[in-house]
Design a protein around this ligand. Structure first.
Ligand SMILES: *Cc1c(COP(=O)(O)O)cnc(C)c1O
Length: 374
């Protein structure tokens, strides 16, 4: 039973369009739909189904739990686990039938033992650190890890891969440097007799602006949702369409007098007599508090400023001379008539990236509605 009018709407026609557009740009590379963090706040299982229908052939997740949720929903497409879990989770990895990143001999050995116990084989993706310095085997341990592979009788190396630190900066020279280091890793693997059918390096930004990174498979997250990896790599410039709309309805409205101060701290005062709307959504729903006195909302076809502090469950919106009534639709993200508020706008106001905005719209509080499916 849903009592609040606040809802995230996910447009699956936009998701499918974006998958097709990304496939077109990446040539022959396989498309791996990154659905971690509940599909970047869009709903992991629903996004996975649409992406696979639209031409993705792989999925990627951050945790074993996410992979288990996909399997429980009956989705058995090849699924990449982007980081090693603790070694004592190896049996769960085997059980979920995921293809994990491997970059330590400790985890590789634990996984091999778990695969043997389960009398099965596990495909692994050997991850090299080529300059991001987050996870991945560092260059001084490449040979040690590659030598260990020969002892793992129940593992198959399916891919060599790496991750780029600055692919969202079209001029960063670290990207060619990382790709060159990845060639070195590939050569080291060949020298040690480790053959892998696949190589991959590209996230969304690299898929869009670094052709040399596309290789055999691209791991696209943010662009599939129609959102920009950075201000310099704008999703709209690449024909991608945002899939998410966040809307609610006016829960209260009234006229206030010129000079009246509103919300916690009285940090905003009315410039004239006029209408003030209350919306039942706040920072506990994922509206950044940095939108206080900065953000805008679409009501009645117009852009209206957020007045004063964003509260936990509510915000106030200045509508000036335009009368607003309880029940009027308010769009916080997405289009109302010809106008649109972008996730990118919020990210700029909140001094963050699109990724953080949408992953904070988790459905723990705001229900999701899926439209445009099938
Ligand atoms: C999250 C993630 C991706 C997807 O990145 P986007 O910028 O959203 O496309 C790809 N690869 C790795 C290793 C990741 O952690």
């Amino acid at each position: 039973m849903i009592h609040r009018p606040t809802v995230v709407e996910v447009d699956h026609a936009a998701l499918a369009h974006n998958v097709e557009a990304l496939r077109a740009v990446s040539g022959g590379a396989a498309l791996c739909a990154v659905v971690k963090a509940d599909g970047y706040g869009h709903g992991m299982v629903e996004v996975a189904r649409t992406a696979l229908d639209a031409g993705a052939s792989w999925l990627a997740v951050a945790t074993v739990e996410e992979a288990q949720r996909l399997r429980a929903a009956g989705i058995d497409a090849p699924t990449l686990l982007l980081s090693e879990p603790p070694a004592d989770e190896a049996a769960a990895v085997v059980d979920a039938g995921v293809r994990p990143a491997v970059y330590t001999s400790r985890f590789g050995a634990a996984l091999d033992a778990a695969a043997k116990r389960a009398q099965t084989r596990v495909a692994v993706h050997l991850k090299a650190d080529t300059g991001m310095h987050r996870v991945g085997v560092p260059p001084d341990r490449w040979d040690e890890l590659l030598d260990a592979v020969a002892g793992w009788g129940s593992l198959d190396v399916e891919a060599l891969w790496t991750h780029l630190a600055r692919a969202d900066e079209p001029d960063a020279d670290t990207t060619p440097q990382q790709l060159a280091a990845f060639e070195d890793f590939t050569a080291a693997a060949r020298d040690r007799g480790v053959a892998a059918p696949l190589r991959h390096a590209a996230n969304s930004a690299a898929t869009l602006v670094w052709p040399d990174a596309r290789l055999d498979l691209v791991r696209t997250g943010i662009a599939m949702y129609g959102l920009s990896p950075s201000p310099e790599v704008d999703a709209a410039d690449h024909g991608l369409r945002p899939a998410l709309t966040l809307r609610t309805r006016v829960s209260f409205s009234k006229r206030i007098e010129a000079g009246a101060s509103v919300s916690y701290g009285h940090r905003w005062s009315a410039p004239s007599d006029g209408w003030l709307a209350t919306l039942p959504i706040g920072y506990a729903d994922g509206v950044p508090r940095l939108l206080s006195n900065r953000g805008e909302v679409l009501i009645g076809g117009g852009r209206r400023p957020i007045a004063g502090s964003v509260c936990m469950d509510q915000i106030l919106v200045w509508c000036g001379d335009d009368e607003v009534a309880i029940g009027d639709e308010a769009v916080l993200l997405g289009a109302q008539g010809p106008d649109r508020i972008r996730v990118e706008d919020w990210a700029a106001h909140a001094e963050t990236i699109t990724y953080e905005i949408v992953t904070n719209l988790a459905d723990r509080r705001v229900p999701r509605r899926h439209v445009g499916t099938g």
